[in-house]
Design a protein around this ligand. Structure first.
Ligand code: UTP
Length: 294
């Protein structure tokens, strides 16, 4: 039986340059989709998948993420005195239990691979989930939950993938599909940003992983790859020679909130999904003379 995945790593130390000036003093992961910060969506998804320990790899200017997952007594007292019980319950529900969060620092943003490596001592010798918080999903059950179900059968490493338009493959890391079923199959390789004609598939890696701890020693050995950063993909490619990698084509859709277009689209879609907002929002959209803008 595969070892249970209890720990999730959230790399949040990136500079978020595509979102400047918003991210000059504020972390990208605190940008809100409707009324929840991106990082909260990722934490909720992990919790739904049974994760018990939440590890954040932070950097400079990211202290507010730690505050977000702490109690705010003054605010709670004010809400209580104003009988705003619903808002209060909502705040408390979002918090991981005491002692179940860890924060470590990536002192320099040397890439995603390096950020993951910074969590090695906290994670230790156990499999872990990795969630890129700027990627959020419209999926039920959550994407990590769907991946955990596959992991329980296959063990090893599991990667969430989604189909993209063939014209967009050159923007993503895509996988080489091996034998298996439509929604769960072996991954035999990965290619970063391939040309359309050379892409092995249109299944792209969308920011959710279950990884075995052997990835840490491979990350440690690595020299800087493309763009002067330590790449997670390079280490995964090496690990693939030693361990099984399963691709899970989950049911759902990703929104890349690290890009302005993905972020704006997510706000519209998630607002329309919300019963308390939908009707009013549709009315406001109808009032806009979008024909002029388009
Ligand atoms: P991105 O590739 O989106 O990079 O990181 P970024 O620096 O955040 O944003 P841009 O490209 O400059 O706009 C994906 C995730 O990995 C984290 C980021 O915080 C983000 O959640 N990351 C990235 C790190 O923790 N450290 C790094 O060195 C790079």
């Amino acid at each position: 039986m595969s070892q249970r995945v209890r720990t999730a790593v959230f790399p949040v130390a990136g500079l978020g340059t595509r979102f400047l000036p918003a991210t000059k003093a504020m972390p990208k992961e605190m940008l809100t989709v409707v009324d929840r910060p991106l990082i909260q969506y990722a934490v909720d998804e992990a919790r739904e998948a049974g994760i018990e320990h939440f590890v954040f790899v932070t950097g400079r200017n990211k202290g507010v993420i730690e505050d977000h997952f702490d109690r705010q007594f003054e605010l709670e007292a004010t809400l209580e005195s104003r009988n705003k019980t619903e808002a209060l319950e909502e705040l408390r529900k979002d918090l991981p239990s005491a002692g179940r969060t860890s924060f470590t620092r990536q002192q320099e943003p040397l890439g995603l691979g390096h950020a993951v490596w910074c969590a090695r001592d906290i994670v230790g010798n156990q499999p872990f989930a990795l969630l890129l918080p700027d990627m959020i999903f419209r999926a039920k059950p959550g994407v990590l939950r769907q991946m955990m179900d596959a992991y329980e059968e296959t063990g090893g490493n599991v990667i969430g993938v989604e189909e993209c338009d063939w014209n967009d493959v050159s923007s993503y890391g895509v996988v080489v599909r091996g034998e298996g079923e439509d929604r769960s199959f072996r991954i035999n390789g990965m290619v970063e940003k391939p040309k359309r004609d050379e892409a092995p598939s249109n299944l792209f890696i969308s920011g959710r992983y279950i990884l075995q701890p052997e990835i840490f020693s491979l990350l440690a050995e690595q020299t800087k790859g493309a763009g002067g950063e330590i790449q997670l993909t390079d280490a995964m490619q090496t690990l693939m020679g030693q361990q099984r990698f399963t691709g899970v084509k989950y049911q759902g859709k990703v929104f890349d909130c690290g890009s302005k277009l993905g972020f704006l689209t997510a706000n519209v879609v998630f607002a329309l999904d919300r019963e308390d907002i939908r009707q009013g929002f549709v009315q406001e959209l109808r009032k806009l003379d979008l024909d002029d803008a388009i």
